[in-house]
Design a protein around this ligand. Structure first.
Ligand SMILES: [Zn+2]
Length: 222
């Protein structure tokens, strides 16, 4: 039903739809685990964007609600099915590949994106953080090597206790997703996730990923 809106009311716009789409893609990870045969069942759905109760809530509040739901469900499901970690790893990798193929079809087909442009592709992605998108802070960004600090990984979400309980395995699994995404865009990349860092205001250290071009690939390019 059409109705008139006051001038100050806001509407969903592209950026919010992108954030929502990122949450849907994050939800696909949980959905793939739920479908796997040996996991303990669970059913939940995320509210469609059209359900956003715009008349009562700002879209940001709706997105925060979806964010908490998606992350909370993923962490709870993982905690219940921690024995299936190995199969969850391979589904995360596969979903990372598929997300890159969906969002960057030409680039994945060519498969030779530069490290720097892959970093930028990841900047707006299901694991890039919300609401401020400061998920990946570059420590090193060159043609041969990227080092990034993870600012939105499960270790950095202290407001969701379910996530805190499985931070190490969930951070690893998200790392597999990112690995799939990165390798889909350039199969010559070697990917390394450095040891986890729990949120600690004294040291302020973060989990780190290093991606670099493998040797043969470097020779081809130079
Ligand atoms: Zn982490």
């Amino acid at each position: 039903m059409m109705r008139e809106h006051a001038w100050h009311q806001r509407y969903p716009f592209n950026e919010q739809k992108q954030i929502y789409q990122n949450l849907v893609d994050l939800h696909l990870i949980t959905e793939s685990w739920i479908k796997s045969e040996d996991s303990i069942g669970m059913s939940y759905r995320i509210p469609p964007f059209e359900d956003s109760p715009l008349e009562d809530q700002w879209p940001e509040e709706f997105l925060v609600h979806v964010f908490n739901k998606v992350w909370g469900a993923q962490a709870s499901f993982l905690a219940k099915n921690i024995n299936s970690l190995q199969s969850f790893r391979s589904s995360c990798f596969k979903l990372g590949v598929e997300c890159a193929q969906r969002r960057w079809p030409l680039q994945t087909k060519a498969g030779q994106q530069s490290l720097v442009s892959i970093y930028h592709s990841l900047f707006n992605s299901p694991l890039s953080g919300f609401p401020y998108r400061l998920g990946f802070l570059p420590r090193r960004l060159t043609a041969q090597e990227v080092q990034i600090e993870l600012h939105a990984c499960p270790h950095q979400l202290p407001l969701l206790p379910e996530v805190g309980k499985v931070a190490d395995p969930l951070c690893d699994l998200h790392g597999e997703w990112i690995k799939g995404f990165v390798i889909a865009l350039n199969s010559g990349i070697q990917f390394e996730q450095v040891a986890h860092q729990t949120k600690n205001s004294k040291t302020n250290q973060r989990c780190i990923q290093i991606w670099h071009l493998n040797h043969e690939n470097k020779e081809n390019k130079e």
